[in-house]
Write a protein that binds this ligand. Structure first.
Ligand SMILES: C[S@@+](CC[C@H](N)C(=O)[O-])C[C@H]1O[C@@H](n2cnc3c(N)ncnc32)[C@H](O)[C@@H]1O
Length: 287
């Protein structure tokens, strides 16, 4: 194909993209009138269109960012966080009282209360650094690390946790909106996406708070609704039979409840969806 036709092809797809963006209400409200710091009192401006997907999920699942215990500080990990929309939402919903770790290969402009880590999540060293940072995060009333308190920082503290097993997770919620650049080759794209899902899942198993044995699910006193006391995981995936198999083997047995969600803000022509995994129960073979 000649380069001119490639250019023509890309310019017509660019115009389609621009037209679609200008019609998209979530793109319009993302940055107010072009100023990303603008926004109303109730609805702050967010950096990404994707922010509205997380807002939608958090509205449907009020304890998504962590079991709602008054005064409890949440620890939340945001994977594939750039430009920072989901972290802004988390910071907003936790009223700045949570501890948020945002990781991406790309730069993320600072967000108050959010600790940014730049690195490739598929690198074992990067995952290990993030895991250690979550262990150093401020303990919550529920955490079971009282013997690893703040004065145990530095080498001793770190070396205690350099093994791949965390005795008890510190994290209330792991969010993954990670998405590798699409190559157009479906087999390759699904395989890359599966790799990211697998890395996020293994990491979540290592760091999430685990529901106490025998208390994996309970009913709320007032409304009689079911609640899952363990930590939660949200992962973006692309619909494919391999993904269904991944879910039934790697997610369903480990969580109290796993649901597929396609927020209305997610474009209908995209095969993306999210697994919302509630109530981490731990290794099914050990229960
Ligand atoms: C859809 S965007 C995330 C948008 C973000 N949730 C927001 O609201 O601003 C997907 C992100 O995944 C990141 N990503 C893809 N592969 C990654 C990897 N291996 N490690 C870290 N980040 C990765 C990309 O750099 C990209 O910023």
């Amino acid at each position: 194909m000649r380069i001119t036709s490639l250019l023509l092809k890309s310019s017509s797809s660019s115009s389609r993209w621009i037209a679609r963006q200008s019609r998209d209400p979530y793109v319009k409200s993302r940055s107010g009138s072009g100023n990303s710091s603008s926004g109303s009192q109730n609805q702050p401006a967010y950096r990404s269109r994707s922010s509205f997907k997380l807002l939608s999920l958090a509205t449907k699942y009020p304890s998504l960012l962590g079991p709602t215990t008054a005064g409890d500080k949440k620890v939340i990990v945001d994977l594939g966080a750039a430009p920072g929309g989901w972290s802004q939402v988390v910071s907003h919903l936790t009223k700045g009282r949570g501890k948020v770790f945002a990781l991406d290969i790309l730069d993320i402009e600072p967000i108050p209360g959010v600790e940014v880590i730049k690195g490739d999540f598929l690198s074992e060293e990067v995952r290990e650094e993030l895991r250690i940072r979550t262990i150093h995060s401020k303990p919550t009333s529920q955490n079971q690390h009282e013997d690893h308190d703040k004065d145990k920082v530095g080498e001793e503290y770190t070396s205690t946790f350099t093994s791949t097993t965390t005795p008890q997770g510190m994290v209330d919620c792991v969010l993954s909106d990670m998405m590798a650049p699409m190559t157009g080759n479906k087999t390759r794209d699904i395989s890359l996406s599966l790799q990211l899902c697998a890395a996020a899942t293994v990491f979540a198993r290592d760091v999430l708070k685990q529901a106490p044995k025998g208390e994996e699910v309970r009913k709320e006193k007032e409304k009689g609704k079911k609640v899952w006391p363990g930590g939660n995981l949200v992962i973006k995936f692309f619909a494919h039979p391999d993904m269904d198999e991944f879910r039934s083997l790697e997610l369903d047995p480990w969580f109290g409840k796993v649901v597929v969600e396609k927020p209305k803000e997610s474009r209908s022509e995209s095969s993306e969806a999210y697994w919302v995994c509630l109530g981490y129960k731990g290794d099914p073979t050990l229960r």
